[in-house]
Design a protein around this ligand. Sequence first.
Ligand code: NAD
Length: 389
Amino acid sequence: MINGIKVNDRALRWGMVGGGGTSQIGYIHRSAALRDGNFLLQAGAFDIDAARGRAFGVALGLDPARCYGDYETMFAAEAARAEGIEAVSIATPNNTHFAICRAALNAGLHVVCEKPLCFTVAEAHELEQLCAEKQKIIGVTYGYAGHQLIQQAREMIAEGLLGEIRIVNMQFAHGFHHNAVEQQSASTKWRVDPRFVGPSYVLGDLATHPLFIAETMLPQLKIKRLLCSRQSFVKSRAPLEDNAFVMMEYDNGAVGTLWASAVNCGSMHGQKIRIIGDKASLEWWDEQPNQLRYEVQGEPVQILERGMGYLHPGALADDRIGGGHTEGLFDAWSNLYRRFALAMAATDRGDRDFLKTFWYPDVHAGLMGVRWVEQCVQSADAGAIWVNC
Ligand code: NAD
């Protein structure tokens, strides 16, 4: 059970790049990082508009001298302080992630970066190597993976309750961008512009989430090859897709599908993952995150509820309040930030044994997501052909 006790002997001094007053995702970063006292917000370059970013930092209660106009100045000034920041979160549009991650690692900081980690596999490799060289981590905010019942599914699959895995059925398909909302919304506008979002829209923005959930539930399964078809139903978005279907084959003979869409009219979020084995299936839906369906062939469906004593101890370790109460995305993100704090401290003390058995969305998970998107785009743009992974 998590009750707010710090995981390390002291909080890490922490800063933010992006995530300013007008951003969609900044608040959940701060809420999750600060929740359990594992991080202490001390500095920020919160906004592309320097004055607006400084004013926002001051309004958050930061020392005005540590509210910076840009990240380069922040990294240099903080490195020069006796007690400068030790970790930074990056919550800016995708085109900036690589350069800011690289600068942060070079400044000796641990990093939490938004997904997708960067645009190309070559960039992701460079960041992975830099992490190893500097002995710092990058955590990637695949926030949904922090839900307690994702851990429960991982434990049940590892125990063999599903049997041999045959099918992985994933989707993240909402309806919010069924028309050209980008004409009114700044936060959507960059998402459909390749200069800011990279080679894909929904594949990188949405699909990488259930893909990482599947990696968390099924760490042993590796994708062997994939085929992708992508469409731009709102024509002005081409060549970026607002809908995509991906078929995958895994190395154990299992098959998978992933549907990513921003034009699924009427759907609020529609992120679901169903794992089917030769004995039973598990299904989790992010709109009902406190429940996990466990379906054994020939038996009534069981709905496993978050926080209940019958869950695996590994899942209950992430519990914040007993069963019956609802937990949500903010709690899942807090669990993830708790994992980041543990991984940062273990890396600082060189605790390889701890890190070997401990999971969090790390730089390699970020690289896997970037590679998967790159291969999907390659497949789709060649006419939906099979591509080896
Ligand atoms: P947004 O457009 O709403 O906000 C971007 C913020 O970054 C703004 O505050 C902007 O001023 C600031 N910014 C831009 N360039 C900057 C720079 N060079 N230096 C400092 N600040 C800068 O975008 P958003 O929706 O919050 O998305 C930001 C990132 O978060 C994206 O990579 C997106 O993919 C990711 N995201 C992740 C999730 C998730 O579930 N993990 C959800 C939403 C968004």
